[in-house]
Design a protein. Structure first.
Length: 134
């Protein structure tokens, strides 16, 4: 077998291995209980608890933001994000956190927010079509 063909097979095998490992790591969803049991990064879906403290003081430390989230199973956990507070954070309907549990706190590397719709279902005017017969 030629050296170039052998090299091509090796490159393809490595590329397939990288794609498979990236795909397996990127789609892992769980909850805070799963995060406590795992060292890997997880996606945790939940809602912001507005009754608990939201800590963000950009003058003191612009890269420290902490808050509390209740996951879809009802477990609440403190979340720490080393970055700036997203705009309209308190208005979000649902939050997806990407990160892992460190010493009882969820260390988020990314925050994805689902913001409320600007359209309200109750305020939409519904018109019915009428047919005109001649």
């Amino acid at each position: 077998m030629k050296k170039s063909a052998l090299l091509g097979i090796i490159v393809i095998a490595v590329a397939i291995g990288v794609i498979v490992s990236t795909y397996a790591d990127s789609s892992t969803y769980g909850n805070f209980t799963d995060a406590q049991k795992s060292d890997a990064e997880l996606h945790v879906v939940g809602k912001l608890d507005l009754n608990k403290a939201i800590v963000y003081n950009p003058i003191q430390d612009a890269n420290y933001f902490s808050f509390y989230v209740k996951d879809n199973q009802g477990k609440e956990c403190k979340v720490v994000f080393n970055g700036t507070k997203p705009q309209d954070f308190e208005k979000s309907e649902q939050i997806v956190l990407v990160g892992k549990m460190v010493e009882g706190e969820f260390q988020a590397s990314k925050i994805l927010m689902k913001c409320p719709s600007k359209y309200n279902k109750d305020q939409v005017e519904v018109k019915t079509a009428t047919s005109v017969q001649s």
